[in-house]
Design a protein around this ligand. Structure first.
Ligand code: G3H
Ligand code: 13P
Ligand code: ZN
Length: 360
């Protein structure tokens, strides 16, 4: 069994200079495809479930599915992470169902639509970190509001994201405030705002430094060299997938995502967790459309799902290779939750001190 915490996994990634994609899942086919990709290239895995995924699939189903994946792939360290937790209860119940890591997204209020005050963000994130660390689980916090530097708005297509427009300042995490936030909350990983947003429609042109502020990553990493940074909204929305989706009857206006080479640059500057959902959705949806268009009499769901899983596996494998995750699974000796809890209590995992958990 290899259920790993986010903290241990990202400490390992930091020591060896790689990044880890965090793929969102909602169903068995996604779980299988991600694990097949990981096994094929010996990569540790972060599987994350949003509140939407939890209500779609049911916590019990998700928990048993992850147990099954763990049993099928005992050689692959697997971190189960809550994506965008909105309040303490959401985080606590996730841990109860076997999540080894939770995101407390205090950048927004519990309605997941309104930007929160800094002090409230610190307060709730600190409370969740205290609670999670007692049992050894990890916590990701977020500072700054995710949204487009082109139009100042968040992406609402997933029902999560700031409503209306926010100021340019709020859309870029302040490096000095980041230092204060990490010190005050003791988060294990910090999600930052630098112009990315959720969904397919991130940029209206190939992004440059004006609209994808990679300099913010560099500035924060310079001040917090031992803090693991997280890039949300990091799908690349690859052109071939857009083209395939549209070729088979889809209607996706031309759009641009986060180029993989920019993420790789981020990994050189402390980015350790890279959130990817849209690309996975698009890869599967384009494959569905192809089958639906080319085999109009087909009605066996497996004939749709199999090519979709193939496409997702290929995408995940590519990200594992590009981010340097591949080849690291076998190098990690998983530390169980009780031992992680002991290390937190002993003060050995203070993010400011930045000690590594990994001895293997
Ligand atoms: O946070 C955004 C992820 O893409 C999750 O999306 O809430 O539709 O599952 P979801
Ligand atoms: P994308 O929509 O770019 O895949 O981002 C997903 C994400 O950040 C989930 O938290
Ligand atoms: Zn996100």
């Amino acid at each position: 069994m290899a259920r790993i915490t986010l903290r241990q996994l990202l400490d390992h990634a930091a020591e060896r200079g790689y990044g880890v994609p965090a793929f969102n899942i909602n169903n068995m086919e996604q779980g299988l495809a991600i694990m097949e990709a990981a096994a094929a290239c010996d990569a540790p895995v972060i599987i994350q479930a949003s509140r939407g995924a939890r209500s779609y699939a049911n916590d019990i189903m998700l928990a048993k599915m992850i147990d099954a994946l763990e049993e099928m792939y005992p050689q692959i360290p697997l971190c189960l992470h809550l994506d965008h937790g909105n309040e303490e209860a959401t985080c606590a119940t996730a841990i109860r169902y076997g999540f080894t890591s939770v995101m407390m997204d205090g950048s927004l209020k519990a309605d997941a639509k309104t930007a929160a005050d800094y002090d409230d963000n610190v307060d709730i994130t600190r409370r969740v970190a205290d609670m999670a660390h007692w049992v050894g689980a990890s916590v990701e916090g977020e500072l700054g509001v995710l949204g487009s530097l082109e139009h100042g708005g968040g992406e609402q297509e997933d029902g999560h994201g700031v409503e209306g427009t926010v100021s340019h300042d709020q859309l870029l995490t302040d490096p000095d405030q980041a230092v204060d936030f990490v010190r005050a909350t003791k988060v294990d990983a910090l999600a930052i705002a630098m112009g990315t947003s959720h969904g397919a429609y991130k940029f209206t042109r190939k992004p440059d430094g004006e609209i994808l502020a990679m300099r913010v990553v560099e500035e924060i990493h310079a001040r917090l060299p031992n803090t693991h940074l997280v890039m949300h909204g990091s799908s690349s929305v690859p052109q071939p997938l857009q083209d395939m989706f549209n070729q088979y009857g889809g209607e996706m206006p031309q759009t641009w995502g986060v180029p993989v080479e920019e993420i790789v640059r981020g990994i050189k500057h402390g980015v350790r967790k890279v959130n990817i959902d849209t690309d996975c959705r698009l890869a599967m949806a384009a494959a569905f459309r192809k089958v639906a268009t080319q085999s109009k009499s087909e009605f066996d769901p497996r004939k749709f799902l199999k090519p979709a899983m193939d496409a997702l596996r290929e995408l995940c494998r590519d990200r594992f290779e590009q981010f340097g995750t591949a080849g690291n699974a076998a190098k990690i000796k998983v530390v169980a939750l009780p031992e992680m809890a002991r290390r937190y209590r002993a003060g050995a995992l203070d993010p400011q001190i930045g000690k590594m958990t990994q001895a293997a």
